[in-house]
Design a protein around this ligand. Sequence first.
Ligand code: TRP
Length: 450
Amino acid sequence: MAAREHFGSRFAAVMAMAGSAIGLGNIWRFPYMVGQNGGAAFIIVYLLAAVLLSLPIFMAESIIGRSTHQGTFGAMQTLAPGTKWKWLGLLTVASPLIIMSYYSVVGGWSIEYLLKSLTFGFNKPEVATEFGTFISSTWGPLLAHTAFMATCALIVVFGVKKGIENFSKITTPVLFVLIVIIMVFSCTLPGAYKGIEYLVKPDFSALTGEAVAMAVGQSFFSLSLGVGTILTYASYIKKEENLLSAGIGTSAFDLLFAIIAGFAIMPAVFASGIEPGAGPGLIFETLPFIFSKMAGTMPVVSGIIAILFFVTILFAALTSAISMYETGVAYLTEERHMSRKAAVLLIFAGCWTVGVLCSLSFGPLSGFKLIGNSIFDLLDKFASNILMPFGGILFTVFVGWIMPKPQVKSEITSGKTTMASQVVYSVMYFLIRFVAPVGILAIIISQFVL
Ligand code: TRP
C-alpha cells in the first residue's frame, strides 16, 4: 500500500478543515437561523455551544482520526474491532449523503445567482422579490440542482487532491475580504442600525427549546461535526502537530466568518424591509438588494463584487459538498470494493433523487408537509438536530469512556509534559467525558419536551 498522505503543516491542516467548515452553513444558513430564532439571544447560545459542545466533539473526532490515520469506518474497526461501534462508522457514511441531497439544492441556487450576476442582473430595484418566483418554479431550480451535483460528481471522479485544495486556499480568503466589504456597505445603509441592534440586543423570550436546539445544531452544521468529516481530515495530520490548536484555529475562523456574515446580511434585511424570519431564501433576497443599491452609485463596481461574491459562494459550497460526497465514495470503494466511477454514479442517483424532492418542496410540492415541515426543512432538521448531535455524543463517549486514557492524553498534549498542557488536557478531557455528551443529550430531549 502507498504511504498515507499528510498535510504539510498545521496551517495546511487548518486551511483544509476550514475549507470543509466554511460553506453555505456560514453565509446562507447562519443568517436565516439567527433571523428565525431571536437574533442576539440565538448568537449567545451559538457561542456557548461552540466552546462547550462543538470544540469537544471536534477534539474527539480529531483524536480518533489522528490516532488511527484512517477514515471513519476503518478507524472504528481498528480502535474497537468486532463491536457495535462499527455502526457509528456506518452512520457517518450515511449522514453526509443526506445532508448533500438538500445542500445541493442550495448550491444550485447559487449557480443561478452567479449566472444572474454575470449578466449584471441585479442592477434593478425589483430584484429582491424575484427569488420567490425562481424557487417556486419547477424546472429552473431542478436544472441548477442537477448542475451542482454533476459538478461535484465530476470533481470527485477525478479525485479531490491538489486542484480543489489549492483552489479553496485562495477562494476562502477572497470570500473573507468580500464579505467584509459587504458588511461595511450593509451597516451603512439607511435603517441598518435596527439590524445591528437585532444582532447585539438579546431578547431571551424568543429562546424556546427549539431555538436552543437550532443554535446547537447550527454550530455542529457549521463545523461539519458529528459525521466523521473532521475525523477524516484529522487522519491526515502528522503526529507531532498540535491537534488542539488546529481545532481552536478552525473553530475560531469558522465562528468569525459566521458573525461577519450576520453583520453583512441582517442590517440589509432591516434596511430593505425583508422579514428576518424569511427562512432559507434570506440571503438570496438580501444580497441582490444590496447589489442593486450599490449599483445606484457605482454600477460597475457593484456588478463585479456581485460576480466575485457568487463565484466564491459557489466554490465554498462545492468544497464543502465534495467533502460529503467523498465520505460515501471512500466507503463504497474501500469497504465494498466498487469502482470509483460506479460509486460516484450510485451516490449521484440516490442524492439527486432526494434532492429533486427537496427542490420541488419549494414549489409544486410545497403543500406537502411531514410533521409540519416541508421535505427540505425536515431533512435539514433531521440531519442538524438529530443525526449530527447523535454522532457527536457517540464520538465523545467513545473518546471519553472507551479509548485508553493515556492514548487520549498523548493526542491532546501531543506528548508535551508542561504544566500548561496538563491543565488544558484536564479541562478538555472533562468537556469530552461529561459536558458534551450530557449537554447534547439534554438538548435533544428538550426539543421534544419544551
Ligand atoms: N460545514 C459546512 C458548511 O458550513 C457544511 C458541511 C461540510 C457539512 N461537510 C459537512 C455539514 C459534513 C455536515 C456534515 O457549509
